[in-house]
Design a binder for this molecule. Structure first.
Ligand code: 5IU
Length: 258
């Protein structure tokens, strides 16, 4: 049962090297918080990464929403991630045939494979998406496959969710974990459960996002890492709020181990 194992112990059970690194970072920095840095200006992204960096294990980006994107953003972003010891995680949600995914991952203006050590992908088209990511990986890369979402009215079915977990376990070298809302793989402690839709002040937004509390997702739903976006980025004091989420999430994890 992975829920009773520490992140440190689970680091040894991973087959994907980025997942191993992520568990080690979580353990060393005592944080299972991933910040969804959904800002649209390059300097805001860098400032957020710099300020919140000490309290997170990963910074999740949507690099295609940056209005003033240029490749000049990439080296300072990498430098901040390195200095504060967190991973860069592009939430690209790859969903095409393998060859196209290979190109989307490594080409275009965003050059994702040159800086992101983690990416998300849909399992909809099957294993090709993983082959495409693998073909374009420069260094080591970890994929999070989407098995469930926090969105109300999602079209994902139970059998789709199940098949996605199966696909993940068929590619242990490449898959770091699964994005989901429920405890889907107790028996596979090397995989990481990443759960978005976490907010302490709201239960939804006006576009179908559904939120739960840190205690609920980590304590009851098996999240290893929680993704928090607007709960932090739209707070009056994002740094203090990031610390608060970090503490609540870590406390929920230590309670779970007992
Ligand atoms: N995200 C979700 N739910 C999902 C998946 C991804 O919210 O099921 I898959 C992303 C979208 C956004 C972040 O980048 O996680 C959540 O941001 P907020 O905490 O601001 O809602």
């Amino acid at each position: 049962n992975r829920l009773k194992l520490s992140y440190q112990e689970r680091a040894k059970l991973t087959k994907n090297v980025v997942a191993e690194k992520l568990f080690q970072i979580m353990s060393t920095k005592q944080t299972n918080l991933c910040l969804a840095a959904d800002v649209t200006v390059a300097s805001d992204l860098l400032n957020l990464a710099e300020q919140v960096g000490p309290y997170i294990c990963a910074l999740k980006t949507h690099i295609d929403i940056i209005e003033d994107f240029s490749s000049n953003l990439l080296s300072p972003l990498k430098e901040i991630a390195h200095r504060h010891n967190f991973l860069l995680f592009e939430d690209r949600k790859f969903a095409d045939i393998g060859k196209t995914v290979e190109l989307q991952f490594s080409k275009g203006i965003h050059l994702i494979s040159s800086w992101a050590s983690l990416v998300t992908a849909h399992s909809l088209l099957g294993k090709g998406v993983l082959d495409g990511i693998k073909a374009a990986s420069l260094d080591s890369c970890g994929v999070f496959l989407l098995a469930e979402t926090s969105a109300a009215g999602s079209l994902i079915t139970e059998s789709y969710t199940k098949s996605t977990v199966k696909l993940a376990s068929d590619y242990p070298q490449l898959v770091a974990g699964i994005v989901c809302q429920n405890n889907l793989f107790l028996d596979n402690p090397g995989l990481i459960q990443l759960t978005p839709g976490v907010n302490i002040n709201k239960t939804s937004d006006n576009m179908g996002q559904q939120y739960n509390s840190p205690e609920f997702v980590v304590g009851k739903k098996g999240a290893d890492i929680a993704v928090v976006g607007r709960g932090i980025t739209e707070a009056k004091d994002p740094v203090e709020t990031a610390k608060l989420y970090r503490n609540l999430l870590w406390e929920a994890y230590t309670m779970r181990l007992k």
